[in-house]
Design a protein around this ligand. Structure first.
Ligand code: KIV
Ligand code: ZN
Length: 514
């Protein structure tokens, strides 16, 4: 058995399904490029039948990102598989990932099908998928609550029909490491000709065991791990890519010498890019990529690390591409230095977007003495342009204080036409948001407003995240600026543009059951 573990990244599919993590097309393609740099083997770029937006995203990623295998998800239904096949047309290395639930709980309550019907469906869907692509993955949804003997029948059928990756999802995050490892061993031992397939694992983190379960599966012979950057995903999330990869790298002795093809020095840039695109921050004590993951606070630890890093450090920050807050650029830095530093941080921006970012950098360097990597990331996130954007904030002026209401005068461009209004509110943010809602004629509801300083110092940029929803769709907008009120206005406009993007691409059919 090979020792190489394939990393299947589903940040753009299972990850994107989690609240507040929706991304637009440009964001998905940008992230897919970073995943390619990170060295993932497979990118699951979306669920093409779920919406026109997902279809377009899979198509665009397949066209732009040529290194990894690009995968599209499909239920076993004919229309699903066909749509996935169409979205992947033109990919260098396409994969269709088809799935159906196999637990009696799902068969009875969700699918209302019997075991024979599901078995026939697996055979049909995998053969149909093989009509489009050579590389087909089959998943038995809710495998960890399915009857083991029935699972053997299901995977045998999928293998015979032409699937070469057999995925064993712990859909509801129910299993434990011993049990899961045992299941993988059982399947490998009992599916006839199992050596022709790669056994894959896909864990959810409901009991906080997703990474531990994935590692147990690797020890048991699984050779593909499905995971997401920062562990984002449905409910408590999916297996965190950075955690599982660094565990395999740090402890090959307990992983039977297994290794991945991940360029671990790209991990931190990938994590930061995802957070800045979605506006969903990583908790400070998150393993590997959290703010405190390498911070030794206790005196006794600091003393030990200074004497010999090995005393308390099991891996180095550099191994995941993490540098300390260093002064990177100043007000005299030119375009080249700026571009080079962005490239080191994983951002490859061109044209108008680059010009905007450079101007923002120069403006910031005029008012802020020290520019950190975090500032640059915030600038890039704030400068991304989507030509589809309906709204752009031109300017705002605020009047507020200790007495009376706050007033905001706002100039906005809506569909290319300049509009202006003055609105009042209980505070300046309320006034800004009311004015923007009036000008854009939108009626979304605000779920959450967050602001945090990008770096230390009184002259730090404020990064604002605004979560809003409308008609069941939740999005997060974000922006950074030295003036938190300007950042607030921009973040709100960013969120509204995202809602517009989704509105234009209404779901074709609401996917059920995942
Ligand atoms: O959690 C799950 O079962 C899934 C499948 C589609 C693989 O996401
Ligand atoms: Zn999942």
């Amino acid at each position: 058995m090979s020792d190489r573990i394939l990393i299947f990244d589903t940040t753009l599919r299972d990850g994107e399904q989690s609240p507040g993590c929706s991304m637009n097309l440009a964001e998905k393609v940008g992230l897919a490029r970073q995943l390619e740099k990170l060295g993932v083997d497979i990118i699951e770029a979306g669920f093409p039948i779920a919406s026109d937006g997902d279809f377009e995203a899979v198509k665009a990623v397949a066209k732009e990102v040529r290194g990894p295998i690009i995968c599209g998800l499909a239920r076993t239904g004919e229309a699903d598989v066909e749509r996935a096949g169409q979205a992947l047309d033109g990919a260098r290395a396409p994969r269709i990932h088809t799935f159906i639930a196999t637990s009696d709980i799902h068969l009875e309550h969700k699918l209302r099908m019997n075991r024979e019907q599901v078995l026939a469906e697996v055979d049909r869907a995998v053969r149909q998928a093989r009509g489009y692509v050579d590389d087909v993955e089959f998943s038995a949804e809710d495998a960890t609550r399915s009857d083991r003997e029935y699972l053997v029948e299901i995977f045998t059928a999928a293998l015979e029909a032409g699937a070469r990756t057999l995925n064993v999802p712990d859909t509801v995050g129910y299993t434990t490491p011993d049990e899961y490892g045992d299941l993988i061993r059982y399947l490998i031992a009992n599916v006839p000709d199992s050596g022709r397939a790669v056994f894959s694992v896909h864990c959810h983190n409901d009991l906080g065991l997703a990474v531990a379960n994935s590692l147990a599966a690797v020890r048991a012979g699984a050779r593909q791990v499905e995971c997401t950057v920062n562990g984002i995903g449905e409910r408590a999330g999916n297996t965190s890519l950075e955690e599982v990869v660094m565990a395999i790298k740090t402890r090959p002795d307990v992983c039977n010498g297994a290794d991945t093809g991940i360029a671990t020095q790209e991990i931190y840039a990938s994590s930061r890019m995802l957070s800045s695109v979605t506006g969903v921050a990583v908790q400070p004590n998150k393993a590997i990529v959290g703010e405190n993951a390498f911070a030794h606070e206790a005196g006794i630890h600091q003393d030990g690390v200074l004497k010999a890093a090995i005393t308390y450090e099991i891996m180095t920050p550099e191994s995941i591409g993490r540098k300390s807050n260093e002064l990177v650029l100043g007000k005299h830095s030119g375009r080249h230095a700026f571009k080079d530093r962005l490239a080191e941080l994983g951002f490859d921006i061109e044209g108008e977007e680059f010009q905007r970012a450079f101007k923002r950098f120069k403006d910031l360097a005029d008012s802020k003495k020290v520019i950190y990597d975090e500032d640059l990331e915030a600038i890039v996130a704030d400068s991304s342009i989507d030509s589809d954007d309906r709204f752009a904030l031109e300017s705002l002026a605020i009047q507020s204080g200790t007495s009376g209401k706050a007033h905001a005068t706002i100039k906005l461009v809506v569909d290319g036409v300049a509009r202006e209004t003055t609105a009042s509110g209980v505070g300046p943010v309320d006034a800004i948001f009311k004015g923007i809602s009036d000008l854009t004629e939108t009626e979304s509801e605000l779920d959450r407003y967050q602001v945090h300083a990008v770096t230390a110092g009184l002259d730090a940029q404020g990064e604002v995240s605004v979560t809003i929803h409308e008609a069941g769709r939740r999005v997060v907008g974000h922006a950074a600026h030295e003036d938190v009120l300007v950042a607030s206005g921009r973040a709100y406009v960013h969120a509204l543009n995202k809602l517009e993007w989704h509105r234009k691409r209404k779901p074709v059919e609401e996917p059920k059951g995942i």
